[in-house]
Design a protein around this ligand. Structure first.
Ligand code: G4P
Length: 288
């Protein structure tokens, strides 16, 4: 599932989210725990019109645990309620429902004081493509499989799912466009598969990923591809070639199929085969 954003899509999505926002009490903003800033939509404040928000750092099972802790502190310091989740494996996301109630505690007390305690809390999930919106909605709703359409700008009949007494979730997520602020942000989004990688050169992308991994997670990289301890003499492309050689991706004439190596590296990284890795850490967002 990949989406290329262009102004028409953005305008439609903006309108759709704007219309739904009138009904919504709280927005659950899904971010990828491996790249919490790069997976944020830069216009989220404007789009959600000051509604209370809960950030979920999803795919926490794939992210570096220490980094996720650091990110949660970072969000706390920013005054943004946040928690980490793993929507693919967690049996249910009850803690999210409780957290929503906690975030809205003041509002609920206010409503109760006005004699409106019976009003239903309406929740909406938003996030960029592939961040896990359908998975989160299905887990919150206690469902097994995806039912949620995932095409930008497609309006479906509104459906509300009851989460617990007095709380309902909009069954259609708000699909946000990723930010294309810098090459580094675009690359991180491509590493995790949130933007189309056929618009990028796969080998080049893999070289960028290797450059990051050999600096930040050298032990995990070396362990996965049985690399020697010291690869400092190799360029990123030579390292990619070595990965291919280790995997036996040899083509006629003894050359290494580096495209295959690149695809395998990206797939294995996305599938968590290299271990838990976070691509951006608090305070160093613009890492080269
Ligand atoms: P979206 O609606 O935001 O586009 O995302 P969706 O829920 O479709 O999830 C995108 C992919 O990410 C899915 O994998 C899904 O299983 C996976 N995913 C969602 N949440 C988590 C998580 O917390 N941890 C991990 N490890 N993966 C997660 P897929 O390969 O597209 O499909 P499938 O593997 O479910 O068949």
């Amino acid at each position: 599932m990949q989406v290329q954003w262009f102004p028409g899509h953005m305008a439609k999505t903006r309108r759709m989210i704007g219309e739904q926002m009138k009904l919504i009490d709280i927005v659950v903003e899904l971010l990828d725990a491996r790249l919490p800033l790069s997976s944020r939509n830069p216009e989220i404040d404007e789009l959600t019109r000051g509604k209370p928000r809960l950030v979920l750092l999803n795919k926490a099972d794939l992210a570096d645990e220490d980094a996720t802790k650091a990110w949660l502190s970072w969000f706390a310091a920013e005054g943004i309620p946040a928690m980490s989740v793993d929507a693919a494996h967690a049996a249910n996301l009850n803690a999210v429902v409780s957290k929503i109630q906690a975030v809205l505690a003041d509002k609920l007390a206010e409503r109760a004081a006005k004699g409106m305690a019976g009003r239903t809390i309406k929740v909406m999930v938003v996030g960029i493509p592939n961040v896990g919106k359908s998975s989160v909605i299905n887990k919150l709703a206690g469902r097994g499989s995806a039912q949620v359409g995932d095409r930008p700008g497609v309006t479906r009949s509104k459906q509300w799912v009851r989460l617990r007494k007095g709380m309902e979730l909009l069954d259609t997520p708000g699909i946000l466009w990723p930010k294309f602020e810098s090459q580094a942000v675009g690359r991180r989004l491509a590493f995790v598969g949130s933007i189309k990688d056929d618009i990028l050169d796969t080998e080049e992308l893999a070289c960028y990923l290797l450059a990051f991994l050999r600096t930040r997670y050298p032990a995990q990289l070396a362990a996965r591809y049985k690399l020697p301890e010291d690869t400092s003499g190799l360029s990123d492309y030579e390292l990619l070639t070595l990965v291919g050689r280790k995997r036996g991706f040899v083509v006629s004439g003894g050359e290494i199929d580096t495209l295959r190596a690149a695809n395998v590296l990206l797939d294995e990284f996305r599938g968590g085969k290299l271990g838990r890795i976070t691509l951006e850490h608090p305070g160093e967002e613009e890492e080269a």
